[in-house]
Design a protein around this ligand. Structure first.
Ligand code: AGP
Length: 608
């Protein structure tokens, strides 16, 4: 999730672009850069680090340029280095490109361009765009961009400038792009906050649309060049509301970003035709994969629950002993580890001390370590043998929401990858799982539309002092995660339990004051869970059934029902967790807690 900005007009582009980039830093920043057209020359300044580093780099330069583009990067392909920072240029230094998104087919395009003599300066997917446009550029920048984009697959919001052109050409598919309309000047950005100080008159591009910005005006066109007319919108948000995309809290915004986070995490990493998964940053050989004799999924908190979900799925796919281990326990215990052990360390931040200590112990004992992380270049990723990055973008809310569902998606991909490498999963079996996974964004969109039903539940139960969350099999980890979300956001005491454990103690807690969230899916343990619901009812507990199996028997025993769509098993945890995230969020709001920064919590627990 990078930030792109552009300016053309009568003002000083450097100052305007730097201010716009500073307002986009919440979108992630591990490098930043600028490209300016000054006296017919293309000047590029870029370096790793925050926007402040870039400012220091250009502070003493007094540019009069009134046209330029800027970029703050949240790395997905290529480490956060000066060379990988945007903007990227062509071989001749005639044009510069900035990009937010993922070019899925950048590797074959890069090989093709290199074969035609193009020299690359970075590891990024974005740089292929600069060389593609260069091949078509004969002075008409719009035409060159349209021709180059015909070869590109993936998600992108781009802006392109050329030293002999008085315009900025922008285009989008799958990543946001907003145009700001000024008097004698025009702006573009990934998001509203970047340009709000300069104009409130904005145009929003849709997928497959381009914009050509000059000082005097903006033209909207399709990728095939047809003109588009669109009325600008007047945006009256304040800057902070704008950073939250109009949502009341970052947590709610990030809950609603989950379809995009899952889409971006799986994009370009599988082929339904071949029934294959491609994790090029992993570099795990088929031989190494076949040698694995046991696996530990290692994590803390919400990430540990993602590991528990993977355990349920992988033990069927991989026919191996698989353990889910808490970092704080694993690091001090004496688990069986040898060179045939695989440890998968799951961490949104990549900095959690207990998980990092577990990684070090595993490596000392000869295990192969793979990290599943959201932050490129974080400590755990640097100490692992291979990495599968989630592409959820920065998560500002302390509670893990979109990074959790992105972890589930990444772990599903990794499980299929290992299953195929080991020969335990056939292409047909892989295809079945992957087609289920591919429908994830659409299923998540559908469940998010039912938010008002969850709000009604929150209003009914927000004043209860205790909650129980029950689930079995693959929904047991989701019961634990639902309880954790409620605990950490609303400060209500909530327990997650394997439903079958009720009779071993927790059932003593049940009374007419106790809301019991029961997760029910039509699988092999449906009858057992239904029996647990009846146990709760018999003790006058309040049953809130979240179920993808609506039938008269459930309607008869449940006090409240929230219907979840029936999905392939690989998606079941994702679609069940979203209403629980929303329940925790809305109960927290009703109880007046600070849902983005709950008391006593930190986003990343880098100490013991
Ligand atoms: C969950 O909402 C919390 N933010 C916390 O449990 C978190 O999942 C845990 O601290 C692990 O963090 P990590 O994924 O960055 O390693």
């Amino acid at each position: 999730m990078c930030g792109i900005v552009g300016y053309v007009g009568r003002g000083r582009a450097k100052e305007i672009l730097l201010e716009s980039l500073r307002r986009l830093e919440y979108r992630g920043y591990d490098s930043a850069g600028l490209a300016l057209i000054e006296d017919g020359e293309l000047l590029i300044f870029k370096r790793a680090g925050k926007v402040a580093e870039l400012e220091r780099m250009v502070a003493s330069s007094d540019f009069r340029a009134s046209l330029g583009i800027g970029h703050s990067r949240w790395a997905t392909h290529g480490r956060p280095t000066d060379e990988n920072a945007h903007p990227h240029r062509d071989c001749q230094g005639r044009l510069a490109v900035i990009h937010n998104g993922i070019i899925e087919n950048y590797l074959p395009l890069k090989k093709e361009l290199q074969a035609r003599g193009h020299r690359f300066a970075s590891e990024t997917d974005t740089e292929v765009l600069a060389h593609l446009f260069e091949e078509h550029y004969d002075g008409d920048l719009e035409k060159a961009v349209r021709a180059g984009l015909k070869r590109v697959k993936g998600a992108f919001a781009i802006a392109v400038i050329a030293k002999d052109a008085e315009e900025i050409v922008a285009a989008r598919v799958g990543s946001p792009l907003v145009i700001g309309l000024g008097e004698g000047e025009n702006f573009l950005a990934s998001d509203i906050p970047a340009i709000l100080p300069y104009t409130r008159k904005m145009l929003f591009l849709n997928d497959g649309e381009m914009a050509v910005l000059t000082a005097s005006g903006v033209r909207l066109i399709t990728f095939s060049g047809e003109a588009i007319t669109r009325e600008p919108r007047q945006i009256d948000w304040d800057p902070v509301t704008a950073q939250k995309g109009g949502y009341k809290h970052f947590m709610l915004k990030e809950i609603h970003e989950q379809p995009q986070a899952v889409e971006d995490t799986i994009r370009g990493r599988y082929s339904l035709d071949e029934g294959e998964v491609f994790l090029e940053e992993l570099a795990l050989s088929g031989r190494k994969a076949k040698e694995i004799r046991n696996i530990y999924l290692l994590a803390c908190g919400t990430s540990f629950y993602a590991g528990l979900v993977a355990k349920y799925l992988w033990q069927n796919w991989l026919k191996l002993p698989i353990g889910a281990e808490l970092g704080s326990e694993f690091r001090y215990s004496d688990p069986y580890i040898d060179e045939k052990t695989l440890v998968v360390a799951i961490s949104q931040s990549g900095e959690t001390a207990d998980t990092l200590a577990g990684v070090r112990k595993a490596r000392e004992r000869g295990a192969t370590v793979i990290a599943v992380a959201n932050v490129v270049g974080s400590s755990i990723t640097r100490e692992a043998d291979g990495v599968v990055y989630t592409h959820a973008g920065p998560e500002i809310g302390v509670a893990s929401t979109k990074t959790f569902t992105a972890q589930l998606a990444a772990l599903a991909l990794l499980g299929v990858y290992l299953g195929r490498k080991r020969g335990e999963l056939s292409p047909a079996q892989a295809r079945e799982v992957l087609s289920g996974l591919a429908s994830g964004p659409r299923q998540l969109e559908a469940i998010l539309k039912k938010e008002p039903e969850v709000q009604a539940l929150a209003r009914r139960f927000y004043d209860k002092p205790d909650f129980l969350f029950l689930g079995r099999d693959i929904l047991h980890p989701i019961a634990l995660e639902g309880a954790l979300k409620l605990k950490e956001i609303s400060y209500i005491h909530a327990e997650g339990y394997a439903a079958g454990e009720m009779k071993h103690g927790p059932i003593a807690l049940i009374d007419e004051e106790m809301p019991v969230v029961v997760l029910v899916t039509k699988n092999s343990v449906y009858d057992k869970v239904f029996a647990n619901i009846e146990e709760v009812k018999a003790r006058k507990g309040i049953v809130l059934a979240f179920t993808d199996e609506l039938n008269p028997e459930i309607e008869q025993v449940a006090d409240q029902i929230f219907e979840v769509p029936q999905t392939p098993e690989v998606l079941t945890p994702m679609v069940f967790v979203v209403p629980l995230q929303l329940l925790a969020y809305h109960i927290g709001v009703l109880r007046g807690t600070d849902v983005d920064q709950p008391r006593n919590l930190a986003k990343s627990v880098t100490v013991e």
